[in-house]
Ligand binder design. Sequence first.
Ligand SMILES: NC(=O)c1ccc[n+]([C@@H]2O[C@H](COP(=O)([O-])OP(=O)(O)OC[C@H]3O[C@@H](n4cnc5c(N)ncnc54)[C@H](O)[C@@H]3O)[C@@H](O)[C@H]2O)c1
Length: 255
Amino acid sequence: MTDARLLVGRRVIMTGGAGNIGRESALLMAQHGAAVSIGDLDIEGANETVDLIKKDGGSAFAFKVDVTKENEIKDFVSNSADALGGIDVGFFNAGMQKSGKVEEFAADDWDMLFKVNPRHAFLMSKYVSPILKKQKHGSIILMASVAAVKGGPGMTAYSASKGAITGFGRALAAELAGDNVRVNVVCPGWVDTPFNKPAIDFMGGTKAQESIVSQIVPLGRQAVPSEIAGTILFLASDLSSYTTNQILLVDGGVF
Ligand SMILES: NC(=O)c1ccc[n+]([C@@H]2O[C@H](COP(=O)([O-])OP(=O)(O)OC[C@H]3O[C@@H](n4cnc5c(N)ncnc54)[C@H](O)[C@@H]3O)[C@@H](O)[C@H]2O)c1
């Protein structure tokens, strides 16, 4: 029988692997044969993800990284390449959210959202892409949000920060295509994780959020993290070998 796993022998570097979507994605990629290196500020959570992968017979590493710090990202990429024996896939998933009316939004909070969201995607790409270019293959997956392309009240800063990732991703895809490195951006809709607490509080609580989800999401519900992980697996694998420069909305069909 042939091995149906999609990432046998592939080496993945990712951020935010202690979190909800990140952990599900790391586990799924490891189940498909990938070795995974996880960078996260939450080192305990990252170690838990590594333990789950190892319990499953897989290979994984965790590093404590603050993605707002260029020197930490540089070291993380170099340590991961050493631990994994190379890098084939980059999944830049760490993120933060903050909600508030534009007239009340602090400039420091705006700057922090940009540091964690698009600036971290840029810095990870800056240090990972030379490795992928040299070997003439690779896949970079950037994590944006439906908020990048469809806005909502209280989301100006978060939407702008994720919109910056889509713009960055499209230019990066053009820049790396000649070296057979693919770049795609994933935009999840509402995913049921504590990450959305600031947005839910801004909306007036869970009931208000459920009502909005039922109105704007044709599938009528939030996603669970494993439903985003499936898209990450697809983009990491050769199933998507002719897919680059795409902004994939995984949002239940949001209007
Ligand atoms: N949950 C949703 O509805 C949703 C929707 C669209 C997009 N997203 C995006 O998906 C990604 C993951 O979201 P999630 O729901 O799993 O959230 P999560 O909070 O569970 O995971 C985010 C991870 O990023 C890490 N992180 C945050 N700041 C960091 C820093 N400075 N340095 C290193 N790591 C840092 C956190 O420790 C955490 O592990 C985020 O980029 C988010 O914007 C989420």
